[in-house]
Every structure is written in C-alpha cells, then in structure tokens.
Design a protein around this ligand. Sequence first.
Ligand code: F1P
Length: 350
Amino acid sequence: MADKSIVLEEIMSQPQVWSSTWQRLEGNRDRLAELLASQCWDAILFTGCGSTHYLSLAAANLHQQMTGQRARGVPASEIAFFPASVYADADAQVLLVAISRSGATSETLWAVDRHHERRQAVLGLTCRGESPLARRADLALALGEADEASVAQTRAFTSLYIAAQYTSGLMAGEEPFLDALSHLPARLETVLGRHGEFMAQVAAGDWERVIYLGSGPYYGLACEAMLKLKEMSLSWSEAYHFLEFRHGPISLVDERTLVIGLLSDTAEDAERAVLADVRRLGGRTLAIADAPGAGADETYAVDLGSGLNERARAALYLPLLQLFAFHRARARGLDPDRPRHLQQAVVLQH
Ligand code: F1P
C-alpha cells in the first residue's frame, strides 16, 4: 500500500485550516451576529447526518451551557419525518442550525425545507458555498478551506465544530471564549508534534473493541471518534456518556478492550474512576486530558497541555483520534482513503 494518503494529509492540515477558518468566521462576524439578534429565539436546533449529527449533539450541549438558551441536537431525518417530536410548540421561535460538509445530504435538506414551512430561519454551516444547503439557508457560512476529497470527515468536522463554537460564543457575548478559539491552531500544531506518533503505536495494539467515553459536550465528540474508527478501520467500536459505561456496557471489558476517555475538567475525578474500574477488570485505558491526573495510573495517557478550558479546547481531542483511526486501518491492512460501502454524501431519490 502506498504511504501517501489523502485523509492523512487532511488530518495533518488542520492547524492551517483552522487558522483560515478562524479568519473566515471573524470576517462573517457581523452577518452572523445580525441573524442571531434578528429574533428572540426560544430554542436553537442543531442538525446533521452521520458525523454532522454527532457534531450537532456536541454543539447543542455547548450552546445551552454557554447561553442558557434551550438547545437540542437531532438527526435531520427526525426533523423530516417526526417534526412533532422535535418542535414542542407550534408558535415557538426556533433557529435551525443545519450542518453538512457537502451541503447536499438529502435528509439535511429535507429538514431545512420542513423548518422553512414554519417560516423560521436556517443558519447553514457547510464547506461548499455553491451547495443546495448554502443556497437554501437564510445565512450560510461556507468554510471552503476545510472541504475534503476524502470520504471520512476529519478537518471538515473540526472546522464546522469551531464554527458552531464561534456561533455560541457570539450569542453568549463571551469575548474571552472567542479569543481562546483563535489559539487552537497553534495548540494543535504542538499536540500533533508531541503525540501524533504515539497514537500510531497505540493503534497497532491487538484490540478487539475500542470504546470512547465523553461527558457534556464531549459525548458528541466521542461518538464522532467512534464513527471514524468504524468508517476507516472497520473496527468494532462504541461510544457512551462516561458514567453510563458502568451501567451494563462494562461487562464487555476484557484484556483486548481499549477504553478511550475524553476527559473533561468538570467531571474529571468521576471519569478517571470509571477508567480505573476498566483497568481493575483487565481492560486497557487511554486518557486524553489537558493535564496529567494526580496519581492516575492509566495504561496510556495523552496530555493536550493547551491551558484552555474544556469548552474552548474541545476540537483538540479529535485530530489525535482521527490519527488513531487512520493507523488502526493501516494496521489492519485497510486503505483509510477508501472506506467500505460509503460515499462522501448520501443523496437519496424522493
Ligand atoms: C454526512 C455523512 C458523513 C459520512 C458519510 C455520508 O455528510 O453522513 O458524515 O461520513 O460519508 O455522509 P454531510 O451532510 O456532512 O456532507
């Protein structure tokens, strides 16, 4: 197999791409602020499919925490087919944030159309300015620099997530948070330099199953890491809210189980205790945190060392986990540039 890989290039390009994304977001600040202030929104609904659905989960969690405004992340197909389960009140003012790398995914466009039937605004976050989503949204932020040739989303996911963080920070009026986002590219450069090779070593282990755990806004990111591993390496993987893992799934743990924890600041002690339980039962753990845990005895540990709080630093976890999926695929003799059964976007016939 050739050493060159498109998806690897895209993963490693994230520091530069995040930098361009940041500039683009700053350039669109006034237009975005205008849309956000155009109504007294009762709720914000985030939606997407696949990776961008998981992005919606993470973004909604963060948004509600930052703004106190009701926010929810749902798969676009639920809005299209079960709108009554999504919109509680017919008169509520709801802003839909529709997220799609391609801007062409059928269910996401159906959700946009459903939402427009309510005569309410759609903010589109996409990588393609000429896409149907960009044309249909009331305001579209098109992150062309983050677009990808690969099937598996990597830099598109993280850049779109940063755009969602920016939107929530703007709505919350939190300038220090917005400023913290501008430091992410430099922090990522350091993280990749320090830990990139190490992820390749861990990925080469004899794992039968890999489980990702995250709390709060990190749950959606844990789900995305799980999806990356499935897509690229055809490996058995699952994701749970951190403490949920004890409530049944922990019975899966054995010596060929790797549990990867995306550690928050808020619940760090409780999360490390879950990982300790995994090791006690014979499993292996990889803890990704901003700083080493005092007295923690992880099988593997990665410290991001960003100095940023858990809300701002979230995107930093993913490139390492994307590298893990990439190297796992290579270790299994698969080509991560050609995931089985997948296309870049799912476009369905009506
Ligand atoms: C969404 C998506 C991808 C997935 C697959 C099919 O695409 O579900 O997350 O990896 O390749 O499409 P998009 O709406 O974000 O373009």
